[in-house]
Design a protein around this ligand. Structure first.
Ligand code: CTP
Length: 400
């Protein structure tokens, strides 16, 4: 999403400046071209050498460098986005007043692109009236302020004032500036991850699913403007975006009830969860003790969520299922496509070459209800999600 975006990272002199090394890494890893500007004071906290090495660009510090004074103008015209992190009280106050005694401030005053600041300071300073007035002033001038976190501060006090974590800053700027619009105003429901069916208070039936494919799809749709509802089974993954509506469910029944309650509002429903097909007919209320004989657990069929959604599909809805197969992949997948009234099915074939569970990679074939196929060779689940969402976006834009 940030590929080739031109970003200035402004760093001011506070202890949280060390976190900007990681923020810089994240931006560069996302494909952004980053130029760092530091206030002279910031160089007491982090080394310009680290920042120039990671950004592969010279770090600007002084208004006059290499016999040139107009760097700030070039930078201000070059950037797509200016982030100041951490923002200290001192630089905040100078930004509010329009002071211009270093390169960072001069660039700020000349800037043509949006400006985002991520403050970091002690709690008393954060709540000080003058500081809050300065925030009000810069916000009135369209500067976006990322809220501080609450937590342990460098002074040892616990409270407001921690710099937002680099991942939060990254997610904030992606949300605000770089989401695309292919799925704008579309609501998308995605299920993912394994379900768990209780046997007794300490045991359950589940499967090896990691939920990674569903998370990747949710994030990819979100990046393309969709309003995403992720109904997740039990996994340990973290979402990159706070604005994805996230519901944690445990059993097939929980997942079904949540899907049923949301389904009517949705435009796309994509069921990637590995749902238990059977659950124990009775859940023991006490831990089952072992004795000398074998035990037999009777299982009852769970609700097939995808089948239900296919039977209740609305005219405008697109319903997509997954088929997890170890043999006769195409035949089994197309049977599911028809029986469950789907628009597409994504065939996941498990073989020695492709162990999709838990892996960060997968290879799949997408089959449409007209039996058009699109094969995606082995690649990361993130790339796969990006390609699947682009394929669907193409279908919408051409009304296919
Ligand atoms: N699915 C579901 N609810 C279930 C079982 C499956 O919504 N109780 C969905 C899965 O999310 C997936 C699709 O149905 O999108 C196919 O799941 P899969 O496990 O491949 O097949 P099943 O329909 O369960 O059939 P089988 O296990 O016999 O292959």
């Amino acid at each position: 999403m940030l590929k080739n975006k031109k970003i200035i990272l402004g760093i001011t002199g506070g202890i949280a400046a060390y976190k900007c090394i990681y923020l810089l890494r994240l931006l560069v890893t996302e494909g952004a071209v980053v130029k760092v500007i530091m206030t002279p004071n910031a160089t007491n906290f982090v080394s310009p050498l680290v920042l120039s090495t990671l950004s592969k660009n010279a770090v600007g510090i002084h208004l006059i460098e290499n016999n040139s004074w107009e760097n700030h103008i070039h930078l201000a015209h070059w950037a797509d986005l200016f982030i100041v992190a951490p923002l200290t009280c001192n630089t905040l106050s100078k930004m509010a007043q329009g002071s211009c005694d270093n390169l960072l401030l001069a660039t700020f005053l000349s800037i043509k692109c949006p400006v985002v600041v991520a403050p970091a300071m002690d709690e008393d300073m954060w709540f000080n009236d003058a500081v809050q007035q300065n925030f009000k002033l810069i916000k009135e001038r369209q500067v976006l302020v990322i809220p501080v976190n609450v937590g342990e501060l460098a002074s040892g006090i616990y409270g407001h004032g921690r710099l937002a974590e680099p991942e939060q800053i990254l997610s904030y700027i992606k949300n605000k500036f770089f989401r695309t619009t292919e799925f704008l105003n579309k609501k998308i429901l995605i299920t993912c991850g394994p379900t768990k069916e209780k046997i007794d208070p300490v045991r359950y039936i589940s499967n090896y699913s990691s939920g990674k494919m569903g998370f990747a799809l949710a994030e990819s749709f979100y990046e393309k403007g969709a309003d995403v509802f992720l109904i997740s089974g039990t996994n340990l993954l973290n979402l990159k975006y706070n604005d994805i509506h996230f519901t944690y469910t445990e059993s097939a029944e929980d997942m079904f009830l949540k899907c049923k309650s949301l389904a009517k509002e949705m435009d796309y429903l994509i069921l990637s969860a590995a749902v238990a097909d059977y659950k124990p007919t009775e859940i023991a209320t006490q831990k089952m003790k072992k004795d000398s004989t074998d035990i037999h657990i009777q299982l009852t069929k769970t609700q097939d969520i995808l089948l239900y959604l296919g039977q209740h599909k609305l005219e405008h809805q697109t319903l997509i299922g997954f088929a997890l197969e170890t043999n006769n992949g195409f035949d089994n997948a197309t049977k599911k496509l028809k029986n469950k009234n789907l628009d597409y099915i994504i065939l996941n074939e498990i073989s020695n070459q492709n162990q999709c569970f838990q892996s960060d990679e997968n290879e799949v074939t997408m089959i449409s209800k007209n039996f058009e196929t699109q094969t995606y060779p082995k690649q990361s689940k993130k790339e796969l999600a990006h390609k699947i969402t682009l394929y669907l976006a193409h279908k919408i834009s051409h009304k296919l």
